[in-house]
Write a protein that binds this ligand. Structure first.
Ligand code: PLP
Length: 475
């Protein structure tokens, strides 16, 4: 029933002021958790919200009286305070089984890489200076050396992420010119990274060739004109075209580029490297292309993410021919895209681990290498621990983990998951309560049960997850 005019006026009169709310015991108790100005702002936010409801005829004087009696305003302020305390980047438990989960920060780095990053962050470091001569040098000189050893490339350069790498390549070779791409490779990666949009922003004119399912070398060749700046190939990371398909190999594209004097680029995305001493992943990941093979195909530049299958901190790596990489480095835009010292330190350390035959220790790679049998005991232990908490029932069922972040599309890794149900909570409500735990936990919801995949649990995470279940049952 819509409140009458007089009702609205009495509701306005009954609405407490910010100061009155601040004097309530329940609100005063919150003053230890946030500063006074912020607490007052939260109170004002609640009071203003209710005032707007009254004005819009959505809150009558009677309903307001009920809310005040039930301390709804105090609880609303408390939940704003609680949200403030939970905000920001912090540790969480990933029990989703999606190894490279962009929402959860993609690859957790090796502890030695993490230590190198912490040290670089907290101290001065030898970044852009040569220790012998004392002269200025390139910040990624060492990284380039390591990446060259790993990939066989002549040269390398590192930027903020792979999106920046692709942008730099397009902006360097195709600004004001044309970039030729197969229609089947004009992909959108993640929320907003669309190859055609990036091209536009890099001031490159997109020339699409072929069809969605078939593109031939002759299609590229016929499209080359004097204003062609780049022939580009994009690994269709997050989808797969099946059936009657044909695509041009990077080697064929490289040969065409050389014959017609047009630079060539291959955006690989995931960046899979295989090294001695680490379990090979290519086959497990459905034949995901290797960086080394892409380099061998002889395209001028290959771009990939460091925080996907390489398991390093966020970065974009560009490897390729010396002259092409020099052109990228000479582009003034590089300055805006270059990698920071912290990520650089972590990336160097990750490459060193790979070169030392310790690639199997890199968390994301180790997770991807685990078999279902490897994971079953952890799933059983988890289900047993959660079952012991009042209100829960848990069992173990086979499941499927995912590499994630568009690496290895359509590939699922067999696993065992702990399937958890709570007597009184729907699975979606339970998942929400787990996200609000003091160390938040992320799970999957399937058929009104919460599924926890041990594949993506790091050391100590199982205990944190069990604690999150206990907190969720209590909230
Ligand atoms: C993931 C991906 C990108 C974007 O890389 P970011 O490191 O997330 O910036 C670009 N191209 C391809 C093919 C990808 O898979």
């Amino acid at each position: 029933m819509k409140p009458t005019r007089t009702d609205t006026q009495s509701a306005f009169r009954a609405l407490p002021s910010v100061d009155e709310v601040l004097r309530l015991t329940g609100v005063r108790a919150l003053a230890t958790r946030v500063d006074a100005a912020l607490l007052a702002a939260f109170v004002a936010q609640v009071v203003d919200g209710w005032r707007a409801e009254i004005r819009d005829g959505l809150l009558s004087a009677d309903e307001l009286a009920v809310r005040l009696m039930q301390n709804v305003h105090v609880r609303a302020v408390e939940s704003l305070v609680a949200r403030e305390e939970r905000a920001g980047v912090r540790r969480c438990v990933n029990a989703t089984g999606v190894v490279l989960n962009t929402g959860l920060g993609r690859a957790p780095v090796h502890h030695e890489a993490a230590a190198a990053m912490a040290e670089a962050a907290a101290s001065y470091c030898v970044l852009e200076v040569d220790r012998e001569s004392g002269e200025r040098n390139q910040r990624d000189a060492r990284l380039a050396e390591l990446v060259s050893r790993l990939t066989g490339a002549e040269a390398a350069i590192a930027v903020n992420n792979n999106a920046a790498a692709v942008f730099l390549v397009l902006q360097t070779f195709a600004a004001g010119k044309e970039a030729i791409v197969s229609r089947g490779e004009l992909v959108e990666i993640g929320g907003s990274f669309r190859v055609p949009d990036v091209m536009k922003r890099a001031n490159a004119r997109l020339v699409e060739v072929g069809t969605t399912n078939r593109t031939r070398l002759s299609d590229y060749a016929a499209a080359i004109v004097t204003s062609t700046g780049l022939l580009m190939k994009v690994h269709t990371s997050n989808f797969r075209v099946v059936g009657f398909t044909e695509e041009v190999s990077p080697a064929e594209l490289a040969e065409l580029g050389r014959a017609r004097n047009v630079p060539t680029a291959f955006d690989l995305g995931s960046g899979l490297l295989e090294c001695d001493g680490a379990p090979p992943l290519a086959e497990r990941l459905g034949g995901e292309p290797l960086v080394r093979s892409a380099v061998q195909s002889d395209v001028d530049v290959v771009t990939f993410s460091a925080d996907k299958l390489l398991g390093a901190p966020q970065a974009g790596v560009i490897v390729g021919k010396r002259a092409a990489v020099r052109a990228l480095r000479d582009n003034p835009i590089y300055r805006a895209l270059r990698l920071d010292k912290v990520a650089l330190a972590g990336l160097e350390k990750t490459c060193e681990l790979l070169l030392a035959g310790r690639g199997g220790e890199i968390p994301a790679r180790a997770m991807l290498a685990l078999s279902a049998q490897d994971l079953e005991p952890a799933a059983r232990a988890l289900a047993a621990a959660v079952s012991r908490i009042d209100g829960y029932a848990a069992d173990v069922v086979p499941g499927r983990s995912e590499p994630g972040s568009g690496s290895a599309p359509g590939v699922f890794l067999p696993t065992f998951v702990a399937r958890v149900r709570h007597r009184a909570l729907r699975a979606s409500a339970l998942a929400a309560a787990l996200r609000r735990a003091s160390v938040p936990a992320f799970v999957r919801v399937h058929e009104d049960a919460v599924l926890c995949d041990p594949r993506t649990l790091l050391a100590g995470d199982a205990e944190l997850l069990v604690r999150a279940f206990a907190e969720a049952a209590g909230s």
